[in-house]
Write a protein that binds this ligand. Structure first.
Ligand SMILES: C[S@@+](CC[C@H](N)C(=O)[O-])C[C@H]1O[C@@H](n2cnc3c(N)ncnc32)[C@H](O)[C@@H]1O
Length: 236
């Protein structure tokens, strides 16, 4: 395979050396986790939402060539030249347009999705739409990655300080947690907090199963604050 913007052999070799260095392996970043997951799974059908310069596409294509998998990638912009690989296909489209994408990639409907990466528009409403639209096509034992679920890099005084991104990242994270809690019978959530954060959702239900509506588990902020004041009075 060929990656236009990334030295993929060097990146993979760095991932491998990190894994070998320390059995506790605490430095895991989102792309390393995706790489590690790909290493454990063969014959996968991957749907990638959001390509840009093709970092994640390169990781998917590299591993897909080795494991008989195939990565179908979608972006609203033309990213068709970022990767060259027999295991990678690109389609320019809004990632919520399921029928249009299935028309281009009928294999997705035929085989179902084993790995879904959501890394396109970073608002909770868009992530929700993508997840609910594609959920019926996810196979049993599939994995959903939602990138960018930790706002720390954008918080006050941090390197990428941005209040808008902080709000969006926090809302995406809140949605992902709420989604997994509302679907506890079919979803298990694991989160990584390195870099901009990654959520990994394991889906145990069969293909075609629909997700539940989101349930609001939050208490009124006023009630919580009142209880906190009572707690303070009691102890101090
Ligand atoms: C963060 S970048 C993707 C990064 C890529 N996954 C990687 O790891 O290198 C987000 C991409 O999502 C695309 N995008 C934004 N809105 C979209 C939409 N509605 N449908 C599909 N792609 C979208 C943007 O054009 C951009 O290229």
């Amino acid at each position: 395979m060929n990656s236009k913007h990334f030295d993929i052999d060097k990146i993979i070799s760095n991932f491998q050396s990190l894994q070998e260095k320390d059995i506790t392996y605490p430095e895991i970043s989102p792309m390393e986790e995706i790489h590690k997951t790909m290493q454990k799974r063969a014959g996968q059908l991957i749907l990638e939402c959001g390509v840009r310069k093709g970092f994640s596409s390169s990781i998917f294509a590299y591993n897909s060539e080795l494991s008989g998998s195939h990565c179908y990638s979608v972006d609203i912009e033309d990213c068709s030249d970022v990767v060259e690989s027999s295991a990678w296909s690109f389609f320019q489209s809004d990632d919520t347009e399921v029928d249009k994408i299935l028309g281009q990639f009928p294999n997705i409907k035929k085989r179902g999705i084993d790995i879904l990466l959501i890394d396109s528009l970073h608002t909770s409403s868009h992530v929700k739409k993508v997840l609910y639209n594609w959920f019926p096509y996810l196979n049993k034992d599939s994995i959903i990655f939602v990138d960018d679920t930790d706002s720390f890099n954008y918080r006050k005084g941090q390197k990428k300080d941005s209040i808008l991104n902080e709000i969006n990242w926090d809302e995406i994270n809140e949605f992902v947690i709420n989604f997994s809690r509302s679907n506890r019978s079919q979803i298990s959530l694991v989160q990584f907090h390195k870099k901009s954060g990654l959520s990994k959702l394991y889906k145990s239900s069969n293909r075609g199963e629909l997700p539940s509506k989101l349930y609001n588990y939050n208490r009124f902020v006023g009630v919580v604050n009142f209880i906190k004041i009572l707690r303070r009075i009691k102890f101090w």
